[in-house]
Design a binder for this molecule. Structure first.
Ligand code: BG6
Length: 474
């Protein structure tokens, strides 16, 4: 059992968790199931309560708990009724909005007063799962009502909609809290497979020496999604794939792939290393970017009939430092594509040998970041038979097949636990966000035209042609 995986419930301070967006989709699919799993594993503090909040009341506390019970019964397998009853027994709802949070502040103080510890020792975790436009006024309200005292603020992406608005959001945060209290969540960083990237590279002599421009010819970070909008048209119309996926999840993955040895796995060193990658990133070139929109998007309920919002993005990025100069990083994601995957591929240069001149081919290391993480190495090997002919072979490592003491934590579950522990390692820091917007801003100032693509395809033709050798997933 590793240090970070220890059940830590007993060691954690008493907590009041305030969940904005508690009746929303993310809360139902990830946050409450995450809390349930942490409770079942004994990883939550001994004393805690959860106060859901938002403008619209879901009814009485009892009704809210019944709704949660129904949703959790659908999303969690092998539900333990005793654990569920205990969790729901700690849940209540208090309406609030950015103009008036006084009742919520009173509810937080009352909950603290009922705990056995001194209220000053109770920590507050405030989770803001709300649209970008609602973020700033809500943060101001939390400051006004002093709910941020002894609090940690979890902020859902996108962190602003462009460079200017992200700076305004950052200033609003800095008005009420210190950076140490801000947890900008990017759930991809909570995925076991993503953290495994660091382990595979830095703990293995086979890989670390080959991780640079001398050996690697290109990197692809590919997250096609088979799913369409799933009822999120309103969110998508205001956000688009560039902000929803590229400037957040995929760029963070790029940071993980490209960083220098952070020396430690902690909030300062890891984020310094990632931030240095973003500093070295070249601002994106609209001429080397493809925006797409799946056919039928404009017919979806809630979508403008002339919408220019991109549901697909493919970009070419460069990290202009000594390790990566000249190596293209291709990032691609889109909705309603041929199949869903989350794959990072490093392609290696073809060796300059004489024996197989013209017959050697590039190797690839591929990391499959799905919930069943796998790693695959593509090699050239000798075909069986009397002649020296070469063919493609694959070495596949199923990381989920190894025996471990601990079950992997789902991404949100892991990250919620980190917030309770006050560990910011896997959360995005303000300087990272600022630099990423600087890198992305040229695409917002000079938006590539959206090109249509058929549902169930790999995106517009221009995107297929973006990497010189094509996409590995095709
Ligand atoms: C979310 C995006 O952050 O990540 C969604 O808003 C996307 O649009 C999702 O579908 C993908 O996450 P995962 O973990 O399902 O790959």
């Amino acid at each position: 059992m590793t240090e970070t995986q220890k059940p830590t419930g007993d060691a954690l301070a008493p907590h009041v968790l305030v969940l904005f967006g508690a009746t929303g989709d993310l809360a139902a699919r990830k946050l409450f199931p995450g809390l349930y799993h942490l409770a079942a594993a004994g990883r939550l503090p001994e004393e805690y309560v959860v106060i859901g909040s938002g403008r619209h009341s879901p009814g009485s506390d009892e009704e809210f708990r019944d709704q949660l019970r129904e949703k959790l019964t659908k999303t969690v397998d092998d539900l333990d009724t005793a654990v569920l009853d205990d969790l729901l027994g700690r849940v209540s709802f208090q309406t609030s909005d950015s103009d008036d949070g006084s009742d919520l502040a009173a509810a937080v103080r009352a909950a603290e007063g009922e705990m056995s510890s001194d209220p000053q020792d109770v920590r507050r975790l405030v989770y803001l799962s709300i649209p970008p436009a609602a973020m700033q006024p809500m943060i101001a309200m939390l400051g006004r009502e002093k709910i941020t005292e002894r609090g940690r603020l979890v902020i859902e992406k996108p962190f602003g909609l462009d460079l200017d608005s992200s700076r305004e959001l950052d200033a609003a945060l800095k008005d009420v809290v210190d950076e140490e209290q801000v947890f900008r969540i990017d759930h991809f960083l909570g995925k076991e497979a993503v953290q495994n990237l660091l382990a595979v590279r830095f703990a293995n002599g086979l890989f670390e020496p080959s991780w640079d421009r001398h050996t690697v010819s290109s990197v692809q970070i590919d997250v096609p999604e088979e799913l369409g909008l799933e009822g999120r048209a309103a969110f998508y119309e205001g956000t688009g794939a560039l902000r929803d996926m590229i400037s957040t999840h995929l760029t963070q993955l790029l940071g993980f792939v490209a960083l220098e040895d952070p020396k430690e796995f902690d909030a300062v060193t890891l984020r310094d290393a990632k931030s240095a990658v973003f500093q070295a990133m070249r601002p994106l070139d609209p001429a080397r970017t493809v925006f797409g929109q799946f056919e039928g998007y404009r017919d979806e309920k809630g979508v403008d009939e002339d919408s220019q919002v991109e549901t697909f993005v493919a970009i070419e990025a460069f990290v202009d430092n000594d390790r990566w100069r000249g190596v293209p990083f291709y990032l691609r994601t889109g909705k309603a594509m041929k199949r869903g995957a989350r794959v990072i591929t490093l392609s290696f240069r073809t060796p300059d040998t004489e024996i197989f001149a013209g017959r050697a081919a590039c190797n690839e290391i591929q990391f499959d970041l799905s919930d069943h993480p796998r790693m695959r190495v593509a090699l050239q090997t000798k075909n069986p038979g009397p002649d020296m002919t070469l063919g493609r072979s694959y070495m596949t490592l199923d990381m989920g097949e190894q025996e471990h003491d601990e079950a992997p934590l789902e991404a949100y579950e892991r990250l919620l636990l980190d917030v309770l522990r006050g560990d910011q390692t896997l959360f995005t820091r303000s300087d990272e966000v600022d630099r990423i917007w600087q890198v992305v801003q040229p695409l917002l100032d000079d938006r590539p035209e959206v090109q249509p693509y058929a549902k169930g395809s790999w995106g517009p033709q221009a995107a297929l042609d973006l990497p010189a050798g094509g996409w590995v997933l095709r």
